[in-house]
Design a protein around this ligand. Structure first.
Ligand code: URA
Length: 431
């Protein structure tokens, strides 16, 4: 077997065998196959696609390229993963909320790249929070307090780690077989027995249309089931950012407020839908509407917030940041973005908002860039809201005045004001 023949086969739209896929994954992970040949194969897959069988074989080969966690001693662990979005603080709210109901949360999250955010960057904006604790400490935390969230520091699906960075650098990210195998390899390696996937759809997501999102969801569900892991996909709207805050500490503050009972409606819809299905998979209730009531109660009785404090403290975070939101450092320049006409917000392109936030310093243009945790955007108006000329649409939080001025104009232009229009439902489909 050799890699040139494998590349040529995919270039010529032929199906790769399990052995050929395993050969590629093993030899790319150990460095025998160089990046330029892996790039050629990734691009051939991007252009010509893969069958379900090939995608499943790629997922399994990448899952087995490193360690596979055994979480069986923790009981039924239900994992959650999002395909990526803007203002997506769902894990920060859902993890303690689910844990407060006695369901173990043992979660590995990622960092943001490009215009999409990452939970680990957000958590690191809490002073002292450790994202790279040992596997022993991780398991101990889950056993003792029912929750731990860490970064991808363990040797889980290393083939995906390499391939994902490579795809990002050659514009081969938005491919259904490549995304499905990337996510499912990590989920299989991370050891949970059940999985709820948030498949985002819209301008700020990798899947721009509903049919694309449905195909991705169906592909991942099938892979999950072939791996013996019950999987539910919830397709959610990412046409505009989720909630009000975009940017690391700003999103953590919004999540803390949500856990204290002040949750934005769109965030609530997504958190409760995902949470209700996580409860179902954990065997805590088959009725989705009843499950949502259980979740609401955990917010109202303060137990979800208490669990959050316990979790953050256990991982070294300073809980003063949770108790007193005035503790958070603020960006030097907080500049309002004003409406320049009367009407209704008809469009607020999530990708453009994500790109503005990234240029303010909240995200990384390159993998090695550092981020400014205090900067970002607070969206005061969202799609469907009525505005009058001069109203504040949003606030730019920046540490650089010049950048803030440029992005203020960009954000103003991103808001499209027109005739009254309805806000889209945030839950588009369950698969
Ligand atoms: N998230 C992942 O983990 N991988 C992808 O390919 C896309 C989103």
């Amino acid at each position: 077997m050799n890699i040139q023949n494998i590349i040529a086969k995919k270039r010529d739209k032929k199906e790769l065998s399990k052995e050929e896929i395993e050969y590629f994954v093993t030899n790319y992970t150990n460095g025998t196959i160089p990046d330029y040949q892996a790039s050629a194969l990734a691009m051939a897959i991007y252009i010509n696609g893969m069958s379900y069988e090939e995608t499943t074989n790629l997922s399994m080969a990448m899952a087995h390229s490193g360690d596979i966690l055994d979480l069986s001693s923790l009981g039924t662990v239900v994992d959650k993963h999002s395909t990526g979005g803007i203002g997506d603080k769902v894990t920060l709210i859902l993890a303690p909320l689910i844990s407060s109901l006695g369901i173990p949360v043992a979660k590995m999250s990622g960092r943001g790249l490009g215009y999409t955010g990452g939970t680990i960057d957000k958590l690191e904006s809490i002073s002292g929070y450790q994202t790279n604790i040992s596997i022993e400490q991780f398991m101990k935390n889950v056993k003792e307090i029912g929750i731990s969230v860490i970064g991808q520091t363990l040797n889980l699906a290393p083939a995906d780690k390499k391939l994902y960075a490579l795809r990002d650098s050659i514009s081969a990210t938005e491919s259904i077989p490549l995304i499905a195998s990337s996510i499912m390899s990590k989920k299989i390696a991370a050891g949970a027995s059940k999985i709820v996937l948030d498949v985002t759809c819209g301008s700020g997501a990798f899947m721009k249309t509903l049919p694309q999102a449905v195909t991705l969801a169906e592909t991942m569900k099938k892979i999950g089931e072939l791996a013996g892991k019950e999987t539910i996909c919830i397709i959610t709207n990412m046409e505009e950012p989720l909630g009000k805050a975009v940017g690391n500490s700003l999103e953590v503050i919004e999540a803390i407020k949500a856990l204290k009972g002040e949750m934005q409606e769109d965030v609530k819809e997504v958190v409760f839908e995902l949470g209700a299905y996580m409860l179902k998979l954990a065997g805590k209730g088959n009725n989705i509407e009843e499950n949502k009531k259980q979740l609401l109660e955990q917010i109202q009785n303060g137990k979800a917030y208490e669990k959050c404090k316990q979790w953050i403290k256990q991982q070294g975070g300073d809980i003063n940041y949770l108790e007193d939101l005035e503790t958070w450092p603020k960006a030097k320049f907080i500049i309002p973005v004003l409406a320049n006409e009367d009407g209704y917000i008809t469009k607020l392109d999530a990708q453009k908002v994500g790109e503005i936030s990234m240029r303010l310093g909240a995200g990384r243009i390159r993998k090695e860039d550092s981020i400014d945790k205090d900067v970002g955007i607070i969206l005061e108006k969202k799609i469907g809201d009525k505005v009058n000329k001069g109203d504040v649409l949003a606030y730019i939080h920046s540490n650089k005045e010049e950048v803030a001025k440029i992005e203020e104009k960009n954000l103003q232009n991103t808001y499209i004001i027109g005739e009254k229009s309805d806000r889209k439902n945030n839950i588009l489909k369950i698969i």
